[in-house]
Design a binder for this molecule. Structure first.
Ligand SMILES: NC(=O)c1ccc[n+]([C@@H]2O[C@H](COP(=O)([O-])OP(=O)(O)OC[C@H]3O[C@@H](n4cnc5c(N)ncnc54)[C@H](OP(=O)(O)O)[C@@H]3O)[C@@H](O)[C@H]2O)c1
Length: 329
């Protein structure tokens, strides 16, 4: 495993990060513990969770905590081998203080996450979503407090665009507060709207850890035009967590898959390897249900995509500025 620098954090992380959003359901606790430990045995040292994750049981405002508890159990006796990322902001209850990026919520949630993770420090504490009600100065001052208390080692951002990251960076610079070292965004061959921001991240030392790099499993070759989804797939088990399967999607998938076949690699490995060719991307976060899916993700790190393929993939799934622009034509 070739470990990579996570932005300017000084942390060396595996080029695949283990996602835990399915821990609880459909991945039961004992399986999730086994999967986490197997991933670490394969060299994955980077684990992504969130205070709200509880698998398919999740609903808006439910209390979460399930995935963090499972990760905590999986890491007993191995904590120092893992880089653990967790997140704050999404609702964990119905009350006004049960969400967001206020100091009250952050200071309360960081302690809950530490308890569930059975640790006294979080390697990477991530702001899950922007909170337009709270000034960024308030949030950064709270992050500064948890870093100074030793509860958090470094801080990252998720679902923010480049201008919002920029605001956090200059406020940090002006006030001596911690700088964001990572950005977690939705990004895959099929979903490139954050493509513009990758160069910004590269320039300012922000490691990008994209989520849904397999587009919830669409980029694995398991879904076929005209056929029902496999019964054990996300499209069958949790259809509201995956895009609708339609002809325009299959047009792209089939063209991309023919290139993967040319290279002799499975579509899942090809799609992850493509993600790793993009600027500033450190480690795609991969959600997994079974051990073979982890092994597949690890194998993807050895796949190299030829330049000619990159051009063809740009034609199949264009970056935003290559798509039709009603003003510039
Ligand atoms: N920051 C955020 O707002 C945010 C949002 C979403 C997710 N995340 C993070 O990103 C992680 C990944 O998200 P995700 O699970 O939604 O997306 P994903 O990684 O694109 O999709 C994972 C799903 O694809 C299928 N799969 C994975 N490897 C496969 C393989 N080799 N062959 C066939 N199928 C395979 C599995 O589903 P089935 O086997 O069930 O089909 C798996 O559960 C989450 O766990 C979480 O840590 C963050």
């Amino acid at each position: 495993m070739q470990y990579r620098n996570l932005g300017s954090s000084g942390l060396l992380v595996s080029p695949v990060c283990l996602g835990t959003m399915t821990f609880g359901t459909p991945v039961a606790e004992s399986d999730a513990i086994r999967l986490t430990q197997a991933a670490m045995d394969l060299g994955i040292n980077f684990i992504d969770t969130a205070n709200v994750y509880e698998g398919y049981a999740r609903y808006l405002g439910s209390s979460g905590g399930v995935a963090e508890e499972i990760v905590g159990k999986a890491l007993v006796g191995r904590r120092d081998k893992a880089i653990v990322a967790t997140k704050v902001c999404a609702p964990v209850g119905p009350g006004p203080q049960d969400r967001g990026l206020s100091a009250t919520h952050i200071l309360r949630e960081v302690d809950r996450s530490l308890r569930r993770l059975q640790t006294d420090y979080i390697d990477l504490y991530i702001i899950h979503w922007p909170d337009r009600e709270v000034p960024p100065e308030t949030t950064l001052a709270a992050i500064d407090q948890v870093v100074r208390a030793g509860k958090v080692r470094s801080f990252g951002i998720s679902n923010h665009s480049a201008w919002q990251m920029c605001e956090f960076l200059w406020l940090a610079d002006r006030n001596g507060w911690p700088k964001a070292v990572s950005s977690q965004i939705p990004f895959s061959l099929l979903r490139r709207e954050f493509q513009h921001d990758l160069d910004f991240c590269r320039k300012y030392g922000i490691g990008v850890t994209p989520y849904q790099a397999l587009q919830s499993g669409l980029l694995t070759g398991k879904y076929r035009r005209g056929q029902p989804p496999p019964s054990d797939s996300r499209a069958a088990e949790k259809p509201d967590w995956i895009w609708k399967l339609d002809d325009s999607l299959f047009d792209k998938l089939e063209r991309a898959e023919s290139l993967a076949k040319e290279l002799g690699v499975p579509m899942s490995q090809y799609a992850l390897a493509w993600t790793l060719t993009q600027p500033a991307i450190t480690s795609p976060i991969v959600g997994v249900k079974r051990l073979d899916q982890i092994q597949d993700a690890v194998a993807a790190t050895a796949v190299s995509i030829p330049t000619e393929h990159l051009k063809q993939l740009d034609a199949i799934c264009p970056a935003p500025w290559k798509q039709h622009d009603p003003i510039r034509g």
